[in-house]
Design a protein around this ligand. Sequence first.
Ligand code: CMP
Length: 139
Amino acid sequence: MAIERTLTIIKPDAVAAGHIGDIIKLFEAQKFRIVAARLVNLSKKEAEGFYAVHRSKGFFESLTNFMSSGSALVMVLEAENAIKRLREVMGATNPANAAPGTIRKLYAASIESNAVHGSDAPETAAYEISYFFPGMNLI
Ligand code: CMP
């Protein structure tokens, strides 16, 4: 299995609730290595650019308001099979459907305020990593 890089965001709800440390502890316990990190306060325009693929969705306006509502921690994680494994560690998008022990089960409040983001495919990871870390090696 290949070493991959993926993008994660600890979203404004989890940062405001003081869960940065808890979530990083889970990542490190699962052998993800943090290879880049930025604490950001996204503008509405930056949130819209990041989530451009969801522009036609009914939740786009609310999602981009939420994502620009406070500090968020953006990180590139590296591990074997990182993209798929990160999504397993995060749990289902809707915390009501997330498995026990996953980040969203532990820390998310709703389908929108769902604590973390993770890239869903290699192409998405490439776009998302370069969105926040231009020029960064993707592996
Ligand atoms: P994320 O994994 O960052 O990808 C897109 C985000 O949109 C998702 O997490 C949620 O924060 C949000 N989202 C997805 N589906 C819905 C929905 N049905 N209603 C509100 N927000 C949603």
